[in-house]
Design a protein around this ligand. Structure first.
Ligand SMILES: Nc1ncnc2c1ncn2[C@@H]1O[C@H](COP(=O)(O)OP(=O)(O)OP(=O)(O)O)[C@@H](O)[C@H]1O
Ligand SMILES: [Mg+2]
Length: 270
């Protein structure tokens, strides 16, 4: 169950508050290879979420296309191939953990017995055993994020799109979630597109780090992360790790500076 995602020359022009054009992405092309973990890094507002939404089929690009193919070369529609995990998890507050996780299967018409069986099987792998009947408000932020992850994984889609899923978590919980995700990725290789602001997170998780320019978003450089898998948090102390984060930092620094300068221009002021 592995698919290639070919993003071809995508330009996205949004309409801004004044009815003008805002070029979010500008001719962006990249191949997100089957079974690879790609991290997208770039300054705020450079179009990362826009790209994730386009790949996920939630938005149609102004021009360019997303070509998704399975191992036999058959074309798959973007929305059908992927599932998205966001930063704010939007769990149903009145549904139990189990029912939140099983929600997608319910919509897909899977029987109650089967969806509970599949949800129970996943609950252990995201460390929530014993919390099946809890409501979201009875959980910590990190636990809620695990429910969101399980809810996405249960759909068994070949593409996992994650838009800053751990952005709101405290540092320790983030480490736990990163390890969890690494373990799950080892067990079920998918094509993962993971948006993050954190250079360390990108290098720890990714097979590649796609560094974007400030808006309009283009690809500045793709850093290959050749650290061995399984990855461990301890690797963050190694010189190879520092060399990779150093390189990403150098690339991103110029772009962040440029994005801030752009923001200060009078035509962008409120
Ligand atoms: N639906 C929309 N309508 C109009 N403009 C939008 C829309 N979505 C995003 N934009 C604009 O497009 C640009 C890129 O936004 P996007 O959310 O993709 O950036 P991002 O890289 O994800 O930023 P962040 O790191 O802050 O999440 C921004 O200037 C944003 O204001
Ligand atoms: Mg975003």
């Amino acid at each position: 169950m592995a698919v290639d995602v070919l993003v071809e020359n995508i330009t996205q022009i949004w309409t801004d508050r004044r009815g003008g054009e805002l070029r979010a992405l500008d001719g962006l092309s990249h191949r997100f290879a089957s079974g690879r973990f790609s991290c997208i890094l770039g300054p705020s507002g450079c179009g990362k979420s826009t790209l994730a939404q386009i790949v996920g089929g939630l938005e149609r690009p102004t021009s360019g296309k997303v070509d998704i193919r399975d191992a036999d070369g058959a074309v798959i529609a973007p929305g059908a191939a992927s599932v998205m995990v966001w930063q704010n998890q939007n769990l149903f507050p009145w549904r139990s953990v189990l029912d939140n996780i099983a929600f997608g299967l319910e919509v897909a018409g899977v029987s109650r017995a089967e969806r509970y069986e599949r949800a129970r099987a996943l609950i252990g792998s995201v460390g929530l055993r014993g919390f099946e009947r809890h409501l979201p408000r009875q959980l910590s932020g990190g636990m809620r994020q695990r429910v969101a992850l399980a809810r996405a994984l249960i759909m068994d889609r070949p593409i996992l799109l994650m838009d800053e899923p751990f952005g709101a978590l405290d540092a320790q919980t983030k480490f736990v979630m990163q390890e969890e995700l690494l373990r799950i990725f080892e067990a079920h290789r998918r094509t993962v597109i993971f948006v993050t602001h954190s250079i360390e997170e990108a290098v720890l998780l990714g097979d590649e780090v796609v560094v974007m320019t400030a808006r309009p978003g283009r690809i500045k450089e793709v850093i290959e992360v050749d650290l061995p898998r399984p990855r461990r948090l301890e690797m963050m102390g190694q010189p190879e790790f520092a060399a990779l984060t150093g390189r990403a930092l150098a690339l991103i620094r110029d772009e962040v500076t440029r994005a801030l300068a752009e923001q200060d221009r009078p035509e962008h002021a409120a």
